[in-house]
Design a binder for this molecule. Sequence first.
Ligand code: UDP
Ligand code: MN
Length: 347
Amino acid sequence: MQLVNKILLVSLLLVVLPLVLYYYFFPTFRDLFFEQKEITPFSRYAERNILSQEFHLVAPDHLKYNQPSIVSGRTDVVTVTPWLAPVVWEGTFDPVLFDSIYKQKNITIAATVFAVGKYIMFLKEFLETAEKHFFVGFRVHVFVFTDRPNELPQVKMAAGRQLTAYPVPSSKRWQEISARRMEFIQELIEKELHKYADYIFCLDVDSRFHSRWGTESLGGLVAVVHPGYYRADRSEFPYERRPESRAYVAPGEGDFYYCGGAFGGLLQEVHQLAKTCHSNFKADATDGIEAAWQEESHLNRYMWINKPSKVLSPEYLWQDFKNINPEVKIIRFSGVIKNYAAIRPNV
Ligand code: UDP
Ligand code: MN
């Protein structure tokens, strides 16, 4: 080889080799010595859930189920919102397909329920019916916020399902119990649930399951349309109407009226919701204002701005005293009839 070529080759190596080495090692060195990766409570969550859990729907090979159609289906109800989020009604999903997809994800679903004061009396039926209908076959962790942990009912739970009592103070005003739910939900997510739960549902205790509430209800941010207002004009929705409140929704605004008694979704989404509603509620209190329906008003304001990615029909929270309308083919979860004067600390 000519001397000139040799010099060229060596000088090329001298340039290329350090470059290769630099790109190969630098990220490692940088991570080790220069930049500490920020570990947030949600870093495990962000990596594992948001990407692989929620958006990656893998069906098992050779699964047999009914052929889907895009030209025939339910025509008596609207099954998609104007922002193209599904509205879940009976007949719009295949439970076998759904469960098969989510079974492979090995998910944990947390549920929170408040049973403060006399409301502990509703817990037994709530838990017993949840065993029969709520995410059957999945890992479920129910957290009961209560001031009476000694009065927790004995309910036999299936393998993979568990119950934990979370002590909270008693209160003399039901409005306060209702108002502090967001605060405790936020706290539970930050202290405990971020370690292992993927999804969470926050439910009223004075209710019972009657039929399946399963994986079809999973989504980023999930809201239930209130059974009392789903046919009403939005001018009739009981939103907070005073502009001084942070729960204010102006006339002519709002999509649906959502329930405070059932909402959920991915842990991170519900954390954001609980945190926002709690801090808005507190700021309102400082200004001497309490929204018309406490946290339900704040939730409705939040869902107006942050559109739910899945909307559950009133099948998912009916009221026992209401007559059933023809579009409601099934009732999955329903509030019991109760004597407010007998069970609330104040009326
Ligand atoms: N709650 C409670 N103790 C009370 C009042 C309310 O534990 O004294 C909790 C309970 O979980 C209940 C929820 O707050 O389901 C909402 O209150 P409630 O069911 O009375 O409201 P409604 O559904 O009648 O609007
Ligand atoms: Mn209720």
